[in-house]
Design a protein around this ligand. Structure first.
Ligand code: SF4
Length: 343
């Protein structure tokens, strides 16, 4: 199901379907490099993104949200699960088979400076994907790059400049132009505004929203800043220690969270015009546990103010508690009333 930014149903068809996606990183030890354990970075994540839809993916650092983005683009090989793009299973495609899908799925990185090659001019950076995918003649490529520069708010003459000659916001515009070069359907933004000043963040977010309307782009927007996510997303998924613990349209999430972790996240952030402001502050105990040896049962049980004995042993399933509102918490197994803040 897909919904508009204000929460209304749009009936968009799914562009991307991710089912039970896992990405575990082996830990090697000793002179024989034996596998001594696993980092359970992403541990069974499922979601859909509709055409022209933005799914915000939020959580504390280390929860696996960036790994989800990289794995679904096949920049990392998935350990298990399936990734379908436009109905086609791309999970196990080889390099050649993946090529047409690489054109349709692009990424915008957090650090615009680190993600741009300092030895290439801005024009060469934006035009590089066109060369790699053998699109157009040299003149057509130059024209396309100039048009992209204008579309993202840069002067076409700046194509000759190098990354260090741009400000942080301008560098992110170059990153966006590069991501747009191949006319993708889906863009994964990995904390794309986190490194920018607040005033510049707003400009980049507005640019991304305008581009979405113009090109019918779908976004997976990975972020830890809930205010930014609330602004840009249609739906939001909350991750904790490699799993999605809640997912719904943004209005339901911000006004009536169903998972104690979401409630704690919202209570810690002042969000204007949100019912979350009126909620009592929930202070979480301790740090996020290690994904190397995550807690049994519900991963959140050691920090949860509502934990029950069964939370230590039983993994809560991600259930549709209300239409379109998914949560994985035993509080909702037996019809416990919500919102939790009233408990
Ligand atoms: Fe808290 Fe238990 Fe719900 Fe986990 S399943 S969030 S520990 S109440």
């Amino acid at each position: 199901m897909t919904v508009g930014r204000s929460g209304q149903k749009t009936g968009r068809e799914a562009l991307l379907e991710v089912k039970d996606l896992k990405k575990h990183f082996p830990i090697y030890k000793g002179v024989f490099s034996r596998v001594s354990g696993q980092v359970y970075a992403v541990d069974g994540v499922s979601f859909e993104i509709g055409r022209g839809e933005t799914l915000g993916l939020v959580g504390e650092s280390g929860c696996g949200k960036s790994t989800v983005g990289r794995t679904l683009l096949r920049l990392l090989e998935p350990t298990d699960g399936t990734i379908r793009m436009g109905g086609e299973d791309i999970t196990h495609l080889d390099r050649e088979g993946l090529l047409p899908y690489r054109r349709r799925m692009q990424m915008i990185y957090q650090d615009p400076y680190a993600s741009l090659n300092p030895r290439m001019s801005a024009g060469e950076i934006v035009g590089e994907p066109l060369i790699i995918h053998d699109v157009g003649t040299p003149q057509e490529r130059r024209d396309k790059v100039a048009a992209l520069f204008e579309r993202v708010g840069l002067r076409p003459e700046a194509m000759l400049n190098y990354p260090h000659e741009f400000s942080g916001g301008q560098r992110q515009r170059i990153g966006i132009a590069r991501a747009l070069a191949l006319s993708p359907d889906l863009i994964v933004g990995d904390e794309p505004v986190s490194a920018l000043d607040v005033s510049i963040q707003a400009q980049i977010i507005n640019l991304l929203m305008d581009l979405q309307d113009e090109f019918k782009l779908s976004y997976l927007f990975v972020a830890h800043d809930l205010a930014v996510v609330e602004h840009i997303s249609h739906r939001v998924a909350v991750m904790y220690l490699g799993r999605i613990v809640e997912m719904t349209d943004k209005q339901s999430l911000f006004e009536m969270p169903l998972h104690p972790y979401t409630e704690a996240l919202l209570s810690a952030v002042p969000i204007p015009k949100s019912a979350a402001r009126a909620r009592k502050r929930v202070i979480l105990k301790g740090d996020v546990p290690s994904p190397i040896n995550p807690p049994s049962g519900c991963h959140f049980h050691a920090r949860c103010p509502y934990a029950m004995p069964r939370c230590r042993t039983d993994v809560p399933a991600l259930r549709e508690v209300k239409p379109g509102h998914w949560a994985s918490c035993h509080l909702h197994d037996g019809g416990v009333t919500f919102p939790l803040a009233a408990a």
